[in-house]
Design a protein around this ligand. Structure first.
Ligand code: ATP
Ligand code: MG
Length: 365
């Protein structure tokens, strides 16, 4: 029988409140489904610091490494503003990403029909929008050496960051993008700045070669990243999968986020390389939003980003495509019925809290 191991890291702020709604869905699925899930739970962020002086303990880190998938809530809050830098709440997430080698960050921008008027764009431009941004997460200018500020001695200083990409890093992120495209609209648009950057020239060459070698059934386009940003706000529905580097991906995925409305709606996934023996990828799923200390403990947080992150987990870690589709449909249906948390409230809608939103989605599931 298939064993599916989930490791839950609810974290701080609204993280635990949102995770509680996912736990209900897991419990329901376990009663309905052969095998189901085994779950274990740990501490990350400020709560981990309070318990054992680290943003994540070695024991919990080992559990995350051993799990089929990690579900992550959110970390941080004003309570931990003054803790030492190395053990600040965010260090927990950074360690997870680094030790699990999560090089591919997946950020879907989906516009639910009921929320198309919440976009920064005209509703007709975003209605039915469904794009996936695949951002390289462990390389590029965020990590390249040298990275320093040099004192030039004449009252001048020089800040240096270095954009570095090796062939293998581009090949593996391109591979993820092409494979995902096959499960969706079968189109990839690769974005770089080959007109001014050598790493962009290499990026373009390697994506093209990877496409030719293994994925020629997928349609491939290239766009300069600045033009890509413009196209994202001009006519976002032209895109299916966008693959890009760490820095451009950071910016473009935030742009795409604003096409869909609220922060409380956006899921994400981070994937590693397939295991040599099992072929399974390490994976971590988390909402895009943070711990939202201003609303934590009030029972009003929108759990949809966390629930949609779990839907991504069903799809990408366990190939439970039908269940993932059904869960995403349940979210869309609930929105169609005018059930809303405060952050996505609209005229004539019925406002609910975190728990009721979770219950309503579960009832539709
Ligand atoms: P971080 O630094 O952890 O990314 P942040 O300061 O960028 O955090 P978030 O915590 O993501 O910001 O949220 C910003 C604001 O958006 C919150 O203060 C909250 O008001 C609102 N918000 C975020 N997530 C949600 C949610 N799930 N439901 C309702 N409101 C939310
Ligand atoms: Mg933030």
């Amino acid at each position: 029988m298939t064993v599916r191991n989930l490791f839950l890291l609810p974290g701080d702020g609204i993280g635990p409140e949102a995770m509680a709604e996912v736990r209900k869905i897991i419990t329901y699925m376990n009663a309905e489904m052969a095998g189901g899930f085994t779950t274990d739970e740990g501490l990350v962020g400020g709560c981990a610091y309070d318990a054992h002086g680290a943003a994540i303990s070695d024991a919990d880190m080992a559990k995350a490494m051993a799990a089929d998938a990690v579900l992550f809530g959110a970390v941080g809050g004003p309570k931990w503003d003054d803790v030492p830098y190395e053990v600040r709440p965010e260090a927990g997430l950074l360690r997870l990403r680094k030790d699990m080698e999560l090089f591919a960050n997946l950020r879907p921008a989906i516009c639910y029909p009921a929320l198309s008027d919440a976009s920064s764009l005209k509703p007709e431009l975003v209605e039915g929008l469904d794009i996936l941004i695949v951002r390289e997460l462990t390389g590029g200018v965020y990590f390249g050496e040298p990275k320093e500020i040099i004192d030039l001695g004449n009252g001048q200083k020089r800040g240096i960051d270095t954009q570095v990409y090796d062939t293998y890093e581009i090949e593996r992120i391109a591979g993820v993008a092409f494979e995902l495209a096959r499960t969706r609209g079968n189109r990839v648009c690769s974005m770089e700045k080959r007109n001014v950057m050598k790493s962009g020239v290499l990026w373009n060459q390697v994506v093209t070669a990877t496409h030719k070698a293994k994925y020629s059934d997928v349609a491939l386009d290239h766009m300069l990243a600045d033009a890509g940003g413009m196209q994202l706000v001009r006519a976002p529905k032209q895109f299916d999968v966008i693959v890009t580097d760490n820095l451009f991906g950071d910016m473009l995925s935030d742009v795409a986020a604003m096409l869909t409305g609220s922060l409380g709606m956006l899921p994400s996934a981070s994937l590693g390389s397939p295991d040599a023996k099992t072929g399974k990828r390490k994976a971590l799923y988390e909402p895009v939003h943070g711990s939202a200390p201003d609303i934590a403990g009030k029972g009003i947080a929108n759990p949809i980003a966390m629930i949609a992150s779990f839907a991504m987990c069903l799809r990408y870690s366990f190939n439970l495509v039908k269940e993932a589709d059904t869960l995403e449909k349940a979210i869309a249906n609930v929105l169609d019925k005018g059930v809303r948390t405060g952050d996505i409230m609209a005229d004539g809608a019925r406002q609910v809290g975190t728990v009721e939103m979770g219950d309503t989605i579960l009832a539709e599931f």
